[in-house]
Design a protein around this ligand. Structure first.
Ligand code: SF4
Length: 684
């Protein structure tokens, strides 16, 4: 029996894995994050182990026939290295792109960043976390000087008075987390949900506010207006712990409730009820998730809600504040260790000379040989195969064909490459169009750390022997580095890589230097920053000041711009996307777990809209946007706004519809809203 963690979401629930031939998951009640509770995905997590769809040999596309043929590792890695060398000789190092994932362990994310900069010498690396919570990361850095999704343990939610969830459906996406809301309410606390849909989370809320998709920012401005007008701002806190509020005070003056109602569709009395809950509470926590963040104004939306928490005097206090609920399993750690286009390990900026010197010293290479800032995820994909973009892409831990916005366009770009290499467990939709597929180990077959949504570094321990023929991503990177004659070694032992990561992060904003595998085992995880072996870790941040030069948080006076696409005569509805309980992200793993296949794609719409379309529950409907169409059964519910349709994004199709408009700061695409039309399938 091995203590380990779930392969999926950012809660990183603790679990035990037993048995080797027919492995099973059992509860690990002592692990504090989930106390033995798991969701459907967690209980069935071994379903992919031993699946007949598992890849166990590298695949090489035969250029003559266009078909895959199984090959040995030597041949596969040799072909990749030869073709990378030839492309680099012809076009320079930036002709090779690297695309990582927010589900990779910290060790893999770190090694991938080092591999790109040192073995390939390319600046063209980014990852799918750019699509997941980068707007919250951008806003947190601007406001607090440092981004850690939750700057406090999740269990603190039980001790506050009011929790406001903006664009989070945690009861469905991470069900064990919902018990904190239940316990809060048992204590007399209140929960507010802001979401265009009445979700499983909204069902346990005291107040549900359903704004028009893309107007969460305007709602926050309305809240701030009423806080100012009603004299509810914590002036002493604002004066001593923040800067910039005067600009906010001026900016929100024009956001009187009737204007907010016109823009957001939220009735004035609901806005006032929300403000009354906030001002009647001693402790308030504001949480955002993808619903607030995946917008072309996502960073500003999060900043506006941070402004609300700051105006109430909550951030950097015990049981109050702001936090982001990350999504992917290593959504937090994945953005700290250097697989982002603009970052080096330890959350260091790649264009900071001191940061370059430090990391280059750990890597054993001259700092002036490290490449500079590359393109963000979508911007990288958008230029693949073009004269100015990379001609080769190496993909680790990402199923781009399903998860990218404007996915038809992105798939064409992938298909235009000279070389597409995908490392994956199964033949995902992205692997299926690759030139070379490299079969890699999965969660229970390997050891490595993840950093959960609380900033708690946890250890996934190997419970099972991998099938013959697969290798770990660390072994793949090592094998390629050797063949590319990289100037420094690339370790394959995860504990050795973690120790190097600790040295690279030392002194940085996400400091792991004092964390070891033994400490994680003994302490049920260690919260960063943890700069040395004697440091206890940091469960609660900012209590003594924020990570800004003067220790004060920054207010930001932001303006509502609205979604990049507004409904029009041809596309009269809002389309929004999201997740369902039984599936995880692009579904590459969960769609292959038999116990989770009872849910398929659907289009959720209101009965009034269904009547207008002449359709009914279960009948096929077609959703169309400026980028494409998809058809799926209608799910007719009264819990969604009549002007909005919802499609889960775990299956091919949803992201063919979504808009690739980017947030100017985080470069996050606007997955959460675009203009759409819907009709009963088959009607012209
Ligand atoms: Fe826990 Fe998330 Fe895994 Fe469900 S998917 S068991 S909530 S870590």
């Amino acid at each position: 029996m091995t203590d380990t963690h779930c392969p999926y979401c950012s809660l990183q629930c603790g679990m035990k894995v037993t048995g080797r031939r027919s492995p099973e998951v059992s509860a690990w009640p002592e692990f504090p994050v989930n106390e033995g509770a798991l969701c459907r995905k967690g209980w069935t997590a071994t379903g992919l182990v031993g699946s007949r769809e598992r890849l166990t040999t590298p695949l090489l596309r035969d250029r003559a026939t266009g078909e895959f043929r199984p090959v040995g590792w030597d041949e596969a890695l040799g072909v990749v290295a030869d073709r990378l060398r030839a492309l680099r000789a012809a076009h320079g190092p930036d002709t090779v792109g690297v695309f990582g994932g927010g589900g990779l362990t910290n060790e893999k994310a770190y090694q991938l960043g080092k591999f790109a900069r040192v073995a390939l010498g390319t600046s063209q690396i980014d990852y799918n976390g750019r699509w997941c919570m980068s707007s919250a990361a951008s806003a947190g850095t601007k406001a607090f000087g440092l981004d850690r999704g939750l700057p406090f343990p999740l269990a603190d939610l039980e001790q506050t008075d009011v929790v406001v969830l903006v664009g989070s459906n945690l009861a469905e996406t991470m069900p064990p987390a919902a018990r904190h809301l239940d316990r809060l309410r048992e204590r007399g606390g209140r929960v507010v949900v802001v979401d265009p849909r009445v979700t499983a989370t909204a069902e346990r809320a005291d107040l549900v506010v359903q704004p028009v998709p893309g107007t969460d920012l305007a709602l926050a401005l309305g809240v701030l207006h009423l806080l100012v007008a009603g004299g509810h701002v914590d002036e002493e806190y604002v004066a001593t712990r923040t800067t910039g509020f005067d600009d906010v005070r001026r900016a929100v003056a024009a956001w009187w409730p009737e204007r907010v109602e016109r823009v957001t569709g939220v009735p004035v009395e609901e806005l006032r009820a929300l403000v009354a809950l906030l001002t009647g509470a001693d402790k308030v926590v504001v949480l955002t998730a993808r619903g607030a963040e995946q917008h072309s104004q996502g960073t500003d939306t999060v900043l506006a809600w941070i402004d609300v928490a700051l105006a109430l005097g909550q951030c950097g206090t015990t049981y109050g504040g702001y936090g982001c609920l990350t999504g992917q399993g290593n959504g937090q750690g994945g953005r700290e260790h250097g697989q982002k286009a603009d970052q080096l390990p330890g959350y260091r900026m790649i264009d900071d000379p001191a940061a370059r010197e430090h990391v280059a010293g750990v890597w054993g290479v001259p700092a002036d040989q490290l490449p500079g800032r590359g393109r963000s995820a979508y911007e990288l994909l958008d230029v693949l195969g073009t004269p100015t973009g990379p001609q080769a892409l190496l993909v680790f831990g990402s199923n781009i064909v399903v998860s990218a916005p404007n996915a038809t366009h992105v798939t064409r770009r992938l298909e235009s490459l000279d070389l597409l290499v995908v490392a994956d467990l199964v033949l995902s939709e992205t692997a299926a169009i690759a030139d070379v597929v490299l079969p890699v180990t999965q969660w229970a077959e390997e050891t490595g750390t993840m950093t959960n949504l609380e900033g708690r570094v946890i250890l996934r321990q190997q419970a099972l022997t991998p099938p013959t023929g697969v290798r770990s991503d660390l072994e793949v990177l090592h094998g390629l580095a050797v063949r590319l004659e990289a100037p420094v070694p690339f370790a394959t032992d995860p504990e050795e890589v973690f120790a190097e990561l600790g040295r690279a992060s030392a002194g940085g904003r996400a400091d792991y230097a004092g964390i070891t595998y033994d400490r994680i085992r003994a302490e049920h995880g260690v919260f960063w920053p943890c700069p040395d072996a004697d440091h206890p870790g940091t469960p609660r941040m900012f209590l003594d000041g924020f990570a800004t030069p003067d220790g004060r948080a920054r207010f930001h006076a932001v303006e509502h711009r609205g979604a990049a696409e507004q409904p029009c005569a041809d596309y009269p509805l809002h389309l929004t996307t999201g997740r369902v309980l039984a599936q995880y992200q692009s579904g590459a793993q969960t769609r292959r777990v038999r116990a989770l296949t009872d849910t398929g794609p659907f289009v959720e719409l209101h009965p009034l809209l269904a009547r207008r379309l002449g359709t009914a529950d279960g009948e096929p409907v077609t959703v169309t946007t400026r980028r494409g169409s998809m058809t799926a059964p209608a799910r007719v519910v009264a819990t969604i706004r009549p002007d909005t349709v919802f499609v889960p994004f775990h299956w091919v199709g949803a992201n063919r519809l979504t808009n690739d408009a980017l947030d100017p700061s985080s470069r996050m695409p606007e997955f959460k809203v675009c203009a759409a039309s819907v009709m009963a399938a088959g009607r012209a």
